[in-house]
Write a protein that binds this ligand. Structure first.
Ligand code: PEP
Ligand code: CO
Length: 447
């Protein structure tokens, strides 16, 4: 294969390219991004790789979640703190269910670039570029807002940095100390709407977990430290290659190139073409890389993606995130799993039960059903169990806010208008997400 460099993607066909009209402005933003300090460090990236390597061996479980599209406007303390709380609470429920440590990976601090099914949008006869996420343009339907603005690359960077700064501070402080659940448990935020049964289940689980923790500490158990250290890692779709490559660098005393915008970038379903710019870029970096795979992928293609993105089959390197849909997963997943197994490739299998289960209502509103989401997860567990492989993670679009975007788990179609806030795909709200964690944990215990 030809030589890789952080810029070698520029010579490849690119999908979902941002429609910039002024190349010199883009290059100016890229030059500045190259000088700015990295958002994460290579030590952290290597640590995530070790954790993912253990997950590949069945010793850990990955919980990945956050907004479909983060926005600069939502870079606000309650929104960020609530997202951490729901991820933390879900992770505890899953630790309890899976009986193994959970890697907490947010879709945050950089989830600002969105692929779109159409490059333009039409409203009342006016055609404008689609909204490609706050890293590229703005959501309002005006020509000025929809212009692809190269300075948005810098605004995205600064908001990612502010988000990450707050997340790091909260994690380092008592917020995420498992010895002090009063800082982050349900009573911290008033949740009168939370169904009493769900609250009781959660509180009971926390009591059992705290008792187990005290018991292990009394025994002088070494692993307690590891279990009680609450870490959050970041991930986002590595869609805008100007942004990713500008923050990709060598570090002292380590070989390789690190994309230091995030711990684990992933390649989206629409940009994973072999021979395309995104696969070219991501084949050269040292980070753990995720790839979304939808129902159109064929088994030979997925094996080729493994070979290209993880040429030395390095432990912890590759995460395959299937998003096939509840109706298709039983037919489509087994051949993929078998092909990767036959090829002897080391991967972490994760299910994204969101992106294959979208529906558009008569009103034009996009939604997803709680039951379909759960069904895809359960069926994915079934498939992996049948083939002797390990389903090692789940990937959700969720928020800690009381939004009304998905149906089921307490919401009906008539509720969706109450607080539909997503600029992109529908997310699970706080209650739905917690309920989902319990359902997944129950499925894990059943095995
Ligand atoms: C997403 O994760 O928001 C997304 C666009 O997913 P996919 O690439 O799987 O369609
Ligand atoms: Co989405």
């Amino acid at each position: 294969m030809h030589e890789w460099s952080p810029e070698s993607w520029r010579g490849k066909p690119i999908q979902q390219d941002a429609p910039y009209d002024d190349v010199s402005e883009v290059e100016a933003a890229v030059r500045r991004l190259r000088e700015l300090p990295p958002l994460v460090t290579s030590w952290e990236v290597e640590r995530v790789k070790r954790l993912v390597a253990e997950a590949q061996e069945g010793k850990r479980f990955l919980l990945q979640g956050g907004d479909c599209a983060e926005t600069l406007a939502d870079c606000r303390s309650p929104v960020i703190a609530d997202k951490l709380k729901i991820l933390l609470q879900m992770s505890l429920v899953l630790i309890h269910g899976a009986r193994k440590p959970v890697i907490r990976m947010g879709r945050f601090a950089g989830q600002y670039a969105k692929p779109r099914s159409k490059p333009t949008e039409e409203k009342d006869g006016v055609v404008l570029p689609s909204y490609f996420g706050d890293l590229v343009n703005r959501a309002e339907f005006t020509p000025a807002a929809r212009r692809a603005d190269p300075t948005a690359l810098l605004a995205g960077y600064t908001h990612a940095a502010m988000t990450l700064n707050f997340i790091r501070s909260l994690s380092a402080a008592g917020f995420a100390d498992l010895h002090h659940p009063e800082y982050w448990d349900l009573t911290f935020i008033s949740r009168e709407d939370l169904p009493p049964a769900l609250r009781a289940e959660y509180e009971g689980m926390i009591d059992r977990l705290s008792a187990a923790l005290r018991f292990m500490e009394a025994l002088g158990e070494q692993t307690v430290d590891e279990l009680t250290r609450v870490e959050f890692f970041t991930s986002h779709e590595g869609l805008n290659l100007f942004y990713e490559s500008a923050q990709t660098r060598r570090v002292p005393r380590r070989p390789g190139w690190y994309d230091l915008t995030t711990h684990m970038p992933w390649i989206g379903e629409r940009t994973r073409a072999l021979g395309g710019a995104h696969v070219e870029f991501f084949r050269g970096i040292a980070n753990v890389v995720g790839v979304k795979v939808g129902p159109s992928v064929d088994p030979a293609e997925i094996v080729e993606l493994c070979r290209t993105l993880s040429p030395s089959d390095e432990p912890g390197k590759l995460v395959l995130i299937t998003r096939l849909g509840a109706g298709q997963v039983e037919a489509k997943l087994p051949p993929l799993v078998e092909a990767v197994k036959r090829a002897g490739r080391r991967v972490l299998w994760v299910t994204d039960p969101m992106h294959g289960n979208g529906q558009t209502l008569a009103s034009g509103l996009k939604t997803r059903s709680f039951d379909d989401i759960l069904l895809e997860i359960e069926r994915s567990f079934d498939v992996h169990e049948a083939s002797g492989t390990y389903l090692g993670g789940v990937h959700f679009e969720l928020t800690g806010e009381d939004v009304t975007e998905c149906i089921g788990g307490g919401l009906t179609e008539a509720d969706l208008d109450k607080n539909y806030a997503s600029l992109c795909d529908p997310r699970l709200n706080y209650t739905q997400a917690l309920e989902m964690a319990f359902r997944v944990a129950r499925r894990m215990v059943r095995k």
